[in-house]
Design a protein around this ligand. Structure first.
Ligand SMILES: [Cu+2]
Length: 550
C-alpha cells in the first residue's frame, strides 16, 4: 500500500468506551463526522473533520487538521493528528487529538474497504454551563473510506441532462474519438503492444484515400513523420495543425453552450486564467461567509463552482512505466514545478504575442492540455461492468459496444469518453480562453493585425500573418446539418457508419503493420508499455511527450 491511498473522504464515527452492552448504539455515540484526509508523499497529513457527516451539505462546521503525520512500522500504518475548530464559528473551542492505525486487510476478504481505527482525546474544555465538555475525555473511533465522488455525481456540477444526452451519444463519442485518433499514436498488436506508432504514418495511400472519401482526411498532422516508426516525430508548429485543435474544440463548446442557452441556464465555468485548481483541494469546497444572524461569526457554505476539482488518486502500480508518468502528473511537485508555470506561460501576453495560432494550439494540445486530462482522470472511472458477465473491464480501442455509451462512461483519459465528463468543459474552457488571450496580446502589439470572422457558427479569425488555415478541420461538412438534428436516427446512423469505416481502416493498418527488422534489435526510444491492459482506452492518447522541429 502507498500512504497516499489514505487520501480521501471518510465517514468518521466515535463511540464512548462504555463496557455495558446496549440495545441501541446511539447510547454510546460520541460523534459522527465527515473526515477528509490529504496524505502527502512525505507522510504529512492535512485535512478537515466536519459536521454534519453527510457529503455536499449546504453548510458545514469545520475542524482543521494540524500536526498530522503517518508512519509505517513493520507494514503497520499508524497516524496521529490534532483537529481544531475553525475560529469565529460555533465550534471554535474544539480541540481534539487523534491516534490510530489502518485496519488489517484480509487476503480472502470480499468488498473490503479501507478503514481507520483509533482513539480520540479531548485536549481542552469546550462549551460552558450545561454544555461544558471537560478536557481529558476519550472515545474510540472507526473511519470508513468513501468512494471518490465523480464530478458528474455532484448535482450542481453535472452536465445538464439534454446536453449530456447529446455528448454521450455514440455518434458524438465516435466523432471525438476518430478526430483525435487520426492525429495520435496507437499501440501495436501483440507481441509489440509495448510499441506506439503514429496512426497517420502507418496508413498507406489507398487507406488515406478511403479516409478522404469518408471526409476524415488529416490535412495537417500535428507531428512530423519520425525517422523510424516507433520513434517520436516533432511537433509541427508551422502547418496549422494547432488551429484545427483549437477550432474543433471551440466548435464543440459552441454547440454545448447553445444547449445551455436554450434552456436558459448558465454555461459551465472555465478554470481560471492563471491558476488552475491547486493540489490537495477537497472535492467539496466550502467558502467562508459572514453569519447574518450572528454578527462577528462565520459560516462555511458549499461552493459548487470551486468543487469537483480534486485530483483522483493514481493507480499506484510501480511495475507499469506509464503509471509512473501518471503518478508524476498527478503530484503536487509536477503542479508547482511544471504545470502551473506552463499555465502562466500560456497566459502571458509577451509569449502569446510571438506565436501563430497554430503554434499555440499545437503547443497547448501536447503539453498542458494532455496533462490536464491525465491529472484529473480517475483510473477507476475507466472501468465499467460488462453487461453480460458483470465483470469490470476497460474499453479496448476498437470496442464500440453500446455499453460504452453509458453516460457514466466519462473517463477523462481517453477520447471516446473524456468529453462526457463535466471537467472536460472546464479544462477546455481554459484552453479556449487562451485563444482570446492570444488575440488580445497581438491586438496590444499591433492593433487590427488579426481580424475576426464568423466561421461555421464559430467566432474565429481571418487567415493572415498569424493564422494560416482557411478552413480549420473539425468534422465533415455534410455532418453539420445532421448534428443539429442529432436525434434523427438515419443521420446519426450514417455518421456512425462512416466513422466506424475509418476506424476499421485504422485497425486493419495497425494489425497489418510489420515493424522493420532493425526494431527488434537494441534500443528504441519509444514510450514503452509493460502492461497494456492497465491503461484504459488502449490509445494512451493524452500522454504524449513532445519535441519541437528545428
Ligand atoms: Cu478533444
Amino acid at each position: 500500500m502507498d500512504i497516499r491511498q489514505l487520501t480521501g473522504y471518510y465517514t468518521y464515527r466515535s463511540f464512548l468506551n462504555n463496557p455495558v452492552p446496549v440495545d441501541d448504539f446511539n447510547q454510546i455515540k460520541f460523534a459522527e463526522a465527515e473526515l477528509f484526509l490529504n496524505v502527502h508523499s512525505g507522510g504529512t497529513i492535512t485535512g478537515t473533520l466536519s459536521f454534519p457527516a453527510q457529503p455536499a451539505q449546504a453548510e458545514k462546521l469545520f475542524m482543521d487538521i494540524t500536526k498530522g503525520s503517518v508512519n509505517i512500522l513493520q507494514d503497520q500504518f499508524n497516524f496521529e493528528f490534532t483537529a481544531q475548530g475553525r475560529k469565529d464559528t460555533e465550534i471554535f473551542d474544539y480541540l481534539y487529538d487523534y491516534y490510530g492505525s489502518v485496519t488489517h486487510t484480509w487476503q480472502n476478504g470480499v468488498n473490503q474497504r479501507l478503514s481507520l481505527a483509533g482513539t480520540v482525546l479531548r485536549a481542552q474544555d469546550h462549551g460552558s454551563g450545561d454544555h461544558l465538555a471537560k478536557t481529558g475525555a476519550t472515545a474510540s473511533f472507526i473511519a470508513v473510506q468513501r468512494d471518490f465522488v465523480e464530478p458528474r455525481d455532484i448535482q450542481e456540477i453535472s452536465i445538464i441532462p439534454s446536453a449530456l444526452q447529446m455528448v454521450s451519444a455514440k455518434s458524438h463519442r465516435l466523432i471525438h474519438a476518430v478526430w483525435h485518433t487520426l492525429r495520435g499514436l496507437i499501440d501495436l498488436p501483440e507481441p509489440n503492444s509495448d510499441k506506439l506508432v503514429y496512426v497517420w504514418y502507418i496508413l498507406d495511400e489507398e487507406s488515406k484515400n478511403k479516409i478522404r472519401e469518408l471526409g476524415w482526411y488529416l490535412e495537417r498532422p500535428p507531428f512530423t513523420k519520425p525517422p523510424h516508426p516507433t520513434e517520436r516525430g516533432s511537433l509541427n508548429l508551422t502547418n496549422g495543425a494547432g488551429e484545427d485543435f483549437l477550432f474543433m474544440h471551440r466548435k464543440m463548446i459552441t454547440m454545448i453552450k447553445k444547449e445551455y442557452e436554450s434552456k436558459g441556464l448558465p454555461y459551465i465555468h472555465s478554470w481560471k486564467a492563471t491558476s488552475l485548481p491547486l493540489p490537495n483541494i477537497p472535492q467539496f469546497v466550502y467558502s467562508e461567509n459572514d453569519d447574518a444572524s450572528n454578527p462577528g461569526k462565520k459560516i462555511f457554505e458549499f461552493n459548487p463552482l470551486e468543487s469537483g476539482n480534486m485530483v483522483p488518486l493514481p493507480p499506484f502500480d510501480p511495475k507499469d512505466e506509464n503509471n509512473n508518468v501518471i503518478d508524476f502528473i498527478k503530484s503536487s511537485e509536477f503542479f508547482y514545478n511544471i504545470m502551473g508555470n506552463m499555465a502562466r506561460i500560456f497566459s502571458n501576453p509577451t509569449v502569446l504575442g510571438t506565436l501563430s495560432l497554430g503554434a499555440l494550439g499545437n503547443l497547448i494540445e501536447f503539453t498542458i492540455h494532455n496533462w490536464m486530462h491525465m491529472r484529473w482522470a480517475n483510473d477507476k472511472g475507466a472501468l465499467l461492468p460488462d453487461p453480460k458477465t458483470g465483470e469490470l473491464k476497460y474499453r479496448d480501442t476498437f470496442d464500440f459496444d453500446p455499453m460504452w455509451s453509458d453516460p457514466k462512461y466519462d473517463y477523462l483519459g481517453e477520447f471516446y469518453s473524456s468529453h462526457v465528463n463535466p471537467l472536460f468543459w472546464r479544462l477546455h474552457g481554459w484552453v479556449d480562453d487562451r485563444i482570446e488571450d492570444w488575440f488580445n496580446a497581438h491586438e496590444s502589439i499591433k492593433p487590427g493585425e488579426i481580424e475576426r470572422r464568423e466561421l461555421n457558427g464559430v467566432s474565429w479569425f481571418k487567415p493572415g500573418k498569424w493564422i494560416h488555415v482557411e478552413k480549420p478541420f473539425y468534422w465533415p461538412k455534410d455532418m453539420n446539418n445532421h448534428l443539429h438534428k442529432m436525434h434523427n436516427d438515419n443521420n446519426e446512423q450514417k455518421i456512425e457508419e462512416d466513422i466506424l469505416k475509418v476506424m476499421d481502416i485504422i485497425k486493419a493498418a495497425r494489425n497489418a503493420f510489420v515493424l522493420p527488422t532493425s526494431e527488434s534489435f537494441g534500443a528504441s526510444i519509444s514510450v514503452t508499455r509493460t502492461n497494456a491492459t492497465l491503461i484504459p482506452g488502449g490509445l494512451m492518447n493524452f500522454i504524449h511527450t513532445i519535441d519541437i522541429e528545428k
